[in-house]
Design a protein around this ligand. Structure first.
Ligand SMILES: [Zn+2]
Length: 147
């Protein structure tokens, strides 16, 4: 819930910035006086205004992309950025080593994010696997079996 609330907050901030920039562009380009044909919208009739609106669109699309890109690299529990990318698998030995992918972990051990580099059947969603609360359990069980 916290993860999606953070994404919603970032999207709201991006929408607010884009709307503010749009209001600024509309403030800088006042409506022209009415001609005998009535008032025409400035979009697609005034080149500078049209390019300014296009710039606002690109700014908004860029903010949306950055918000989603940043969200995909965050821990689902604590919202910290995932660290320590590890490349696993192999392009040359896919049958023996597995498919190539990159694994990211939370610095506090909440989970692992696996992003597949080979996406044959279209874009695949990253695989998030939460860890147990006791992160030392795996090491302790290894210690018991080695004795
Ligand atoms: Zn975490």
């Amino acid at each position: 819930m916290r993860y999606w609330s953070y994404l919603a907050l970032k999207l709201l901030i991006a929408a607010g910035l884009t709307y503010g920039l749009l209001a600024g562009v509309e403030f800088l380009f006042p409506d022209p006086p009415a001609s005998r044909f009535g008032t025409q919208p400035m979009f697609l009739h005034d080149m500078r205004f049209t390019f300014a609106i296009f710039g606002v669109f690109l700014f908004g699309a860029g903010l949306l992309y950055v918000a989603i890109w940043d969200q995909r690299r965050r821990c689902r529990s604590c919202l910290r950025r995932l660290i320590m990318p590890i490349a696993t698998g192999s392009w040359g030995n896919m049958l023996t080593s597995g498919r190539p992918r990159i694994e990211w972990i939370c610095p506090y051990g909440h989970g692992t994010l696996r992003i597949s580099e080979l996406q044959i059947t279209g874009s695949e969603l990253p695989d998030w696997q939460p860890h147990d609360e006791d992160i030392w359990q795996e090491l302790e069980s290894y210690d018991h079996t080695s004795k």
